[in-house]
Design a binder for this molecule. Sequence first.
Ligand SMILES: NC(=O)c1ccc[n+]([C@@H]2O[C@H](COP(=O)([O-])OP(=O)(O)OC[C@H]3O[C@@H](n4cnc5c(N)ncnc54)[C@H](O)[C@@H]3O)[C@@H](O)[C@H]2O)c1
Length: 244
Amino acid sequence: MTINVLINGAKGRMGGEAVKAVGQDPACRVAGQTDREDNLPRVLAELRPDVVVDFTQPDAAYPNALAIIQAGGRPVIGTTGLTEEQIAHLTALCAEKKLGGLIAPNFAIGAVLMMRFSAEAARHLPHVEIIELHHDQKIEAPSGTAIKTAQMIQAARPVPPPPKVREVELSPGARGTAEYSVPIHSVRLPGHVAHQEVIFGGLSERLTIRHDSIHRESFMPGVVLSVKKVMETDRLVYGLEHFL
Ligand SMILES: NC(=O)c1ccc[n+]([C@@H]2O[C@H](COP(=O)([O-])OP(=O)(O)OC[C@H]3O[C@@H](n4cnc5c(N)ncnc54)[C@H](O)[C@@H]3O)[C@@H](O)[C@H]2O)c1
């Protein structure tokens, strides 16, 4: 059976890559391409795609996902910026309708491994901070990958180590932001795609786990895998690791 896939945000950088990658897979067919000017609920009603891949922008991710699920499509959401509450609600909606789905802050296989290894390292080296680096067109900070990494670190290291001194920030934000008790520092510069360093400090030792996406095609094997996997399940999951 061919999987009919609608790509939403098809005119964007990630959407364009997804159109190419999904179109090249013999098990899939690009049934439609939509972007900002299209009426998503109407297109969904007309095309009735099996799966909808969404790479749009943070404030559009939630309404898009609601429309996709409402229409009986299986969402594969790569757009970042969904809150914990929104993810919980979308998960409940998919469970109700018995729809497979995925929300993934990062589709690169290496990034998933970087997060997994970081969680493992945090059990032994609890002092950890994250530096994430992205291109200068990225809207939100910190990145979804950094937040998810921090969440996984917190689950592995439930009690963060207390600070050694009472810190004073001379400029607000100098010590980054704290998500799940892990400081995150965000860099936005031309010449970057998506990169992250998770730095652990121990007694006279340092461990750095780094991942680099050097081209957006690095995300595509994960996208195509997810399109197939959501057809085989009846619930929505958060994170590509569930499909690996
Ligand atoms: N999960 C991952 O692996 C991963 C990797 C890279 C980027 N991202 C995320 O994917 C998203 C897109 O990134 P990009 O670099 O392709 O951005 P982009 O700006 O190049 O493309 C976004 C596209 O979405 C369209 N769009 C905006 N609002 C829309 C709406 N309401 N309905 C339909 N289309 C809409 C825009 O017109 C544009 O064509 C961002 O949230 C980014 O953080 C995720």
